[in-house]
Design a protein around this ligand. Structure first.
Ligand code: CTP
Length: 417
């Protein structure tokens, strides 16, 4: 369920895959061993609610059959310009039908032909009729990939408005190890979702924190909390899908970002002091900070080297107070919008959140119940209220953390505080 609207916010998808619901994707499969993974990709697109047609090059049909894609997608899969079963001029009507073309795997040969505007087979002709509408997932031997000719073709495709993903690194079909693996189908799905999301946050530079912090008391033991880190990760996913540049500062957490890409810079930290340090140095050039982490408020006063034995005379652990990161950051704040997340008992949700908004000098605070049935801790869903400086509730809702993250980002960055 998407968060309920209390102001002008667009409908939020419930998951990154939800962006693809009802969208039309033309999957182009070219010749390469990775063609078998294109079947998994077709399946992921269909599961996400997209309509998928497939175009295969002649080389691709040596690795996988059109019938595989017809069975998986319930739509036609074509390998020839001369297919007699279609009444219309298919390369034109299919290019008009598709919201996005996804070329996976994209061979060196196919990219070279596409970059030069060749149209000698059905897939190329459809691509030529779809300027700037394709996402390429290259797969080839690493020397073929690093060859200046291939790199020049990638550049040309990008200049023509297409998107070209970075290939993965690892074992290649030829036995070599290096860069050239087709990006994993799940990653291609994310990039397709990004290509189809309106770039509402283009040029925005965001800092996002997430997870717990870890406060040691000897060399192997520590205090932490149950924050899963999911809210921070979903904020990063939603921000990236809407075209923002997001930097993440993450403490220990149970989940991992699903985008393994240069676009998302991830910095790992341990203690609350480390998190303060990492955020302080990165806030200067940012438009906003979303402080979804749950930093520990206390740390053991003393950290003992080695392991404290169980027969130790010390059975109490003196604590020291940690700095409040948001309060420290709001002191030297320049232009960045500061958004806090307040976990409070359900009975005093609004009162507690408002008090934190004022005390920490924030622009917005997201109030979540910390206890009870609607508690967001360790849950994929959340119930929240987004409160603006001054006390107005700008948005409230119950739903997935992804949809909450999406709506919060749009509301905060679409309106000046
Ligand atoms: N926060 C922070 N530094 C801390 C503790 C919390 O910056 N040392 C931030 C959190 O990341 C969150 C907001 O402050 O965005 C509110 O956190 P919360 O745990 O609800 O409040 P506390 O200030 O820790 O107060 P209390 O634990 O008494 O509820």
């Amino acid at each position: 369920m998407s968060p309920r609207k209390t102001s002008e916010t667009p409908r939020a998808p419930s998951s990154p895959e939800g962006v693809l619901e009802g969208r039309k994707i033309l999957l182009i499969v070219t010749g390469g061993v990775a063609a078998y993974k294109a079947a998994t990709l077709a399946r992921l697109f269909v599961r996400a609610g997209a309509k998928v047609r497939t175009a295969l090059t002649d080389a691709a049909t040596h690795f996988i059959a059109p019938l595989t894609f017809e069975a998986l997608t319930g739509e036609r899969a074509l390998a020839s310009l001369w297919d007699r079963g279609l009444p219309e001029i298919a390369h034109i009507s299919w290019s008009e039908w598709a919201d996005l073309l996804v070329v996976a795997p994209a061979s060196a040969d196919f990219m070279a032909q596409a970059a030069s505007g060749e149209a000698g087979n059905f897939a190329l002709a459809t691509l030529l009729a779809s300027p700037g509408k394709a996402l390429f997932a290259p797969a080839m031997n690493s020397r073929m990939l690093s060859n200046p000719a291939t790199q020049a073709n990638i550049l040309r495709l990008r200049e023509q408005g297409h998107r070209v993903m970075s290939s993965g690194t690892g074992a290649l079909a030829c036995g070599d190890t290096g860069q050239g693996r087709m990006p994993e189908p799940g990653e291609i799905l994310f990039h397709a979702a990004r290509a189809l999301s309106p770039p509402r946050l283009a040029y925005k530079r965001l800092l996002i924190s997430g997870g717990s912090t870890l406060e040691p008391w000897d060399s192997i033991r520590f205090m932490a909390n149950r924050s899963s880190g999911l809210m921070g990760v979903e904020l990063a996913h939603a921000a990236w899908l809407m075209g923002a540049q997001a930097e993440l500062v993450l403490g220990p957490m149970a989940v991992e970002p699903r985008i393994k890409d240069m676009d998302l810079q991830v910095h790992r930290v341990g203690s609350t002091m480390d998190m303060l340090d990492a955020l302080q140095t990165r806030l200067k050039d940012k438009d906003a900070l979303f402080m979804a982490a749950a930093p520990a408020d206390f740390r053991p006063k003393e950290v003992v080297g080695g392991k404290i034995g169980k027969d130790s005379a010390r059975l109490t652990l003196p604590l020291a107070r940690n700095p409040d990161i948001l309060m420290e950051l709001s002191k030297g704040k320049d232009k960045a919008i500061l958004v806090g997340f307040a976990a409070n008992p359900a009975e005093s949700l609004l009162k507690g959140a408002l008090e934190k908004l004022q005390r920490k000098n924030l622009d917005y605070i997201v109030a979540n119940p910390a206890t009870g049935e609607s508690s967001s801790f360790a849950s994929p869903d959340t119930t929240f209220k987004l409160i603006k400086k001054g006390g107005r509730v700008a948005l409230s809702g119950t739903g997935s953390k992804f949809s909450a993250a999406w709506s919060i980002l749009v509301t905060v960055l679409g309106h000046k505080p």
